[in-house]
Design a protein around this ligand. Structure first.
Ligand SMILES: [Zn+2]
Length: 285
């Protein structure tokens, strides 16, 4: 009986000790709809640490750094996120039990503008053949997104894929020939045909193919739920399965697919959400 009581006290002390500051998360002061943000984890055990937010989660492996373990992750909020606050939890299983840290940060709401474009009718009113092609390509992308690498290969900030300015920003509600379409899911960067396009971070090329809407397209899996995409290229310089380094040329700017002229559409998907890639670039101009 006494031995049980001593064991119980030890257990309570250990649990209390591990809960006191052993697991910490660094968060930005606020989050924004349509954006991703960096979270840094500090802990005294090897992890992994599970981050949970907005019904999503990501598992983060931590690396030893002097006397603690650190990890980073990108969390995302969809363009239409409407709550005023965001709750983020970090959960870690240790030998002493489960540690949980929960924090709440405010969400600033960005209003995205409208844009009206005139495009070739064949891209708005699709023939059966083109519609079937689009469905098949969409399925290829969807199934690829289900088998992403869990290990982080990216590091922030990301490299700007081409130096040209933004001709169409993320989140714009688009109207093609007067008909509403999905909001713009990435950024359009200016570039002459043939301008080299750089990979924004280390990763593995998962798709390098010609698609109906996006033209010659490359999708790079950067691990831990982060995927970058590059559309409308004139030329592809990588193949599926190839490992690429941050800054490596992966293709050239073109005007393939549904476009009005040569540019790079650059998209970023973080934990299933297409976010504005611009705030994560080293060169944000
Ligand atoms: Zn675009």
């Amino acid at each position: 009986m006494i031995r049980h009581a001593v064991l119980l006290i030890c257990f309570v002390l250990l649990s209390a000790g591990s809960a006191l500051g052993a697991l910490r998360i660094d968060l930005p002061e606020k989050a924004m709809n349509g954006r991703a943000f960096l979270v840094t984890i500090h802990t005294d055990s090897q992890g992994p640490v599970l981050l949970k937010w907005d019904k999503k989660n990501v598992s983060v492996n931590c690396e030893k750094d002097s006397n603690e373990y650190n990890g980073v992750a990108l969390l995302s909020l969809p363009r239409d996120f409407s709550k005023k606050t965001l709750q983020i939890s970090a959960v870690e299983e240790t030998l002493d039990g489960v540690n949980t840290v929960t924090r709440t940060i405010p969400v600033q709401h960005k209003k995205y503008r409208e844009q009206h474009l005139t495009v070739d009718r064949k891209y708005v009113e699709l023939s059966k053949k083109n519609l079937d092609r689009f469905y098949a390509e969409r399925e290829t992308v969807r199934s690829m997104m289900k088998s992403l690498s869990a290990n982080r290969m990216w590091d922030a900030p990301f490299v700007r894929p081409v130096a040209g300015g933004v001709s169409s920003e993320y989140g714009v509600q688009r109207f093609f020939n007067g008909k509403p379409r999905k909001p713009h899911s990435g950024i359009d960067l200016r570039g002459k045909k043939g301008t080299p396009i750089k990979a924004c971070a280390d990763g593995v090329v998962r798709i390098a193919a010609s698609h109906f809407f996006s033209g010659n397209s490359v999708y790079i899996d950067h691990g831990q739920g982060v995927v970058s995409m590059y559309f409308h290229m004139s030329k592809l310089l990588v193949h599926e399965g190839e490992t690429v380094k941050k800054g490596q040329s992966i293709g050239e700017v073109g005007a393939t697919g549904r476009v009005t002229g040569p540019h790079l559409h650059f998209g970023l998907r973080v934990s299933g959400v297409l976010v504005d890639p611009l705030p994560l670039l080293a060169d944000k101009k």
